[in-house]
Every structure is written in structure tokens, then in C-alpha cells.
Design a protein around this ligand. Sequence first.
Ligand code: 2AM
Ligand code: CA
Length: 273
Amino acid sequence: MTDPLLSELLGLAQDAAHRAGALLRDGRPADLGVAATKSSPVDVVTEMDIAAEQLITGFLSEHRPQDGFLGEEGASSEGSSGIRWVIDPLDGTVNYLYGLPTWAVSIAAERDGERVVGVVEVPMRRETYHAVLGGGAYAKGGAYGDGGAALRCRPAPPLDQALVSTGFNYVADVRAHQADVARVLIPRLRDIRRGGSAAIDLCDVAAGRLDGYYERGLHPWDLAAGDLIAREAGALTGGRPGMPADGGLTVAASPGVFEPLQSLLEELGAWHD
Ligand code: 2AM
Ligand code: CA
């Protein structure tokens, strides 16, 4: 990687994500998921979430005081350097609450509005994924070992052999519509997965662990890092046909799966305005 600014941003994002991941992993009370009689396990998760975001924004602004922020837990500032950090301190909150391992810390950096760095740390897999615009996508730790490896999305099977992940909204009416879409899709695919973390789903497309992923209703921080990682691993990402991935619809898949999946989702009205 030749651009020293991007190397600096990548290093900082990796460091911040690692620290926040450790805080969340080590700070999670063991009885969180079953503590139904305690005042509110959800509050504990919210507190951890906020603490993780503060750790990340504190660390980053110490090193780069002029940068802006957009974070799920409220970080929002313009900055003056042209760099903005887009942060999801805890993606996969419900999994974290229940003690399931599929949760992540997601940190992306934008330069003049363009995503240039993405890091997704998955503490319970001991894996970290990263990408720099134009520089490819990589993973370290876990199945990839300390040396790490370059990520490539999977060679596309026919759509009826594709393993595709999705997510369902927190709003019941939206979930009901998503179930209608899934009902049509399930017999046309190999199978469906519902992991519970958009950031991890996008990295799993990058890693060739899924053929595709789609979801409506994401926020910028859910997808900022994972979208870049998926693209740098050779996957296609987008929203409705011709549009970038956004809150209306996010689709990511190997080329060859992406196009028919995106058209089918368009036909089924799987987006929202
Ligand atoms: P979260 O865990 O940080 O809330 C679950 O399908 C994925 O979508 C998660 O990455 C979740 O992020 C994200 N998500 C964001 N907004 C959502 C919403 N309104 N309903 C369901 N999931 C949402
Ligand atoms: Ca999220």
C-alpha cells in the first residue's frame, strides 16, 4: 500500500477495533442472556455499546483530532481533515445479549465522502477483516492464522445452489414483509442463513463463506466497512438496480449470483424508500 495516510488510517482502525472488541468480550457479564429477573439486561448491553463507541472515538480523536465521526451510539461531527470515521461499536447486538458469538466491531474511514478503509473485528472468532480501497481484502487470526490471507469471494454457483444470508428488521410489520420475500426466495436458493450481524455477513461474502447477502433497513455504520471488504474481495455490492447499497436495500454477492439475486429482490419489492 503506497498511500501513507491510508496506512495510518488502517492501523488506527485495527487498533481501535481490537481494543473495543476486547472491552466487549471481557466486559460482558457471563449471565447477561439469562438475567431476565435483573432490571434490564438490555441496558447492560447499551452501556457496553456506548463504552465501546467512546473508547473508539476517544482513541481515534487522540491520534487524529481533526477527523469527523458518525457512530451508531450518537457520535456525529464534521471534522476539518476530510476524513470521517463511520463506527458501529457493536454490530449483532441481539447475539451479544444472548451470548451467541456472531457480533462485531465495525470501523470505516471515508476520505471526502468516499470509503477508503474498512475493518471488522469479530472477537469470538478471533478474526479481523480489513480492506483499503484498491488494495484488496484480508483476514487475520482464527481460520486465517497469524499470517493472515487475502480474501476472495466464492466462484458463483447457479442461483438455486447459492447460500444466501439475510436479516430481519426490528419492526414487526417490516419483518412480516421480509418473511413474504424469504418465502419466495427459499425454494429458489440452496438455503438461507440469518446470522444477525450485517458487518459479519458482508465479510462472510468476502471470505467465500456465503454466496450472497441481502437486507433492507441497514444504517450507514452497519455496512460501511463490510461493503468495502466485500468489494475488495471481488464481490459486487449494491442496492436497487443501479444504486449503491444503502438503507433501502443492501445486496452483496459473488458476480453471477449478485445480478439474478438483485433482480429477484427488485421483482419482490424487497426494498424500502
Ligand atoms: P445491530 O446489531 O447493531 O442493531 C441484523 O439483521 C443486522 O441489521 C444487524 O447488523 C443490526 O445491527 C442491523 N440493523 C440495523 N438496523 C436494524 C433494524 N432496524 N432492524 C434490524 N436490524 C437492524
Ligand atoms: Ca449495527
